[in-house]
Design a protein around this ligand. Structure first.
Ligand SMILES: NC(=O)c1ccc[n+]([C@@H]2O[C@H](COP(=O)([O-])OP(=O)(O)OC[C@H]3O[C@@H](n4cnc5c(N)ncnc54)[C@H](OP(=O)(O)O)[C@@H]3O)[C@@H](O)[C@H]2O)c1
Length: 293
């Protein structure tokens, strides 16, 4: 057993969750499309995560599509009472694996029902509305219509809490005028720190910040500084990247993704790594060296 409790907990929606969770996107096939090569392996990863105390899993019915949620259900249903499954809606996959906006009230309603059916739930704990104004990063545009539709599904009892993903501060402010926003999920890691100010604002408001691509995503992070610090601390570069996020802000909840039990254990053990001040100083250079010139 790996003790992940040292990383602490944070309130997400109505629940207190461990600050190290798990992101399930890597459990679908290549390009997050179709079934995985090793379905039993995917089930083993999910069971290992929960066995080690993970009680926050991030997913979407557009991973696969449907595949990842069906694997979560097969691996973990009936779910432990403390498990918070966070899903996201707002996109649909084309037959060519493309990611397309799906923001109409009808599409959002279908997406909620798809998630309920494939996860085997009567109510979704938390649903993130994933903005598709920009596919690869936040872009301005009003979320009023889709968020109002999602808030209506919340009123109907199909959704407990609402979050936002791939959004700007202006969109979060707009969101607060429509419904309570309990979490924000944007791209952020030790090398990509556009949301530094936003994270501090959300921390002040008690809102969870859940970075996606915490390890760099499809191309995991690589840097001399990261490797150097990892060597000094007898840790791995990925553990250092996760420990850095944990130390960055108290409202930071991690959902590193992996299809490997070995990587999962390595990532969970980042809860037990404390970065000394000189390591933090060295690691700050990573963001600076990635800053736009
Ligand atoms: N809201 C959004 O728009 C959005 C977008 C993307 C992702 N997400 C969510 O965020 C979660 C995390 O993002 P992610 O999974 O894409 O990226 P990530 O966590 O940054 O990195 C995953 C990649 O790192 C590798 N990896 C993981 N642990 C490793 C380790 N210890 N050593 C070496 N390589 C390791 C994985 O490969 P292996 O499988 O080989 O370990 C995979 O290629 C997703 O699972 C998903 O739930 C949300």
């Amino acid at each position: 057993m790996i003790d992940i409790s040292k990383a602490g907990t944070f309130k997400l929606g109505g629940h207190s969750v461990q600050r190290i969770g798990y992101g399930a996107m890597q459990l679908a096939g290549p390009g997050v499309f179709g079934p995985p090569k090793d379905r039993d392996g995917a089930i083993a990863v999910l069971r290992e995560a929960v066995a080690n105390g993970v009680n926050h899993i991030d997913t979407s019915d557009f991973y696969g599509p449907h595949v990842t949620n069906q694997i979560i259900r097969e691996a973990l249903h009936p779910y432990p009472s403390d498990l918070v499954i966070v899903t996201k809606i707002g996109a649909r996959r084309g037959a060519d694996a493309s990611w397309n906006p799906a923001f109409s009230a009808d599409e959002l309603t279908t997406a909620v029902h798809d998630n309920l059916r494939n996860l085997g739930l009567e109510t979704l704990d938390i649903v993130n509305l994933r903005s598709m104004f920009g596919i690869h990063g936040p872009a301005e545009g009003s979320l009023e219509a889709p968020l109002t539709a999602l808030a209506e599904l919340q009123r109907q009892g199909l959704v407990r809490h609402i979050g936002l993903s791939n959004v700007t501060p202006a969109q979060i402010a707009e969101g607060h005028t429509i419904c309570e926003i309990v979490c924000v999920q944007n791209l952020y890691n030790i090398a990509h720190r556009d949301d530094d100010a936003l994270i501090d604002d959300l921390a002040r408001d008690g809102i969870a910040y859940v970075p996606f691509f915490p390890l760099g995503g499809f191309t995991p992070l690589q840097s001399a500084e990261l490797s150097g610090v990892a060597q000094e601390l007898h840790a791995t570069p990925m553990q250092v990247a996760l420990a850095w996020l944990l130390q960055r802000a108290p409202n930071m909840l991690l959902i590193p993704g992996t299809s490997s039990v070995r990587h999962l254990r390595e990532n969970l053990d980042a809860a037990n790594l404390t970065l000394p001040a000189e390591a933090l100083r060295a690691l700050n250079h990573i963001a600076n060296s990635h800053a736009p010139h």
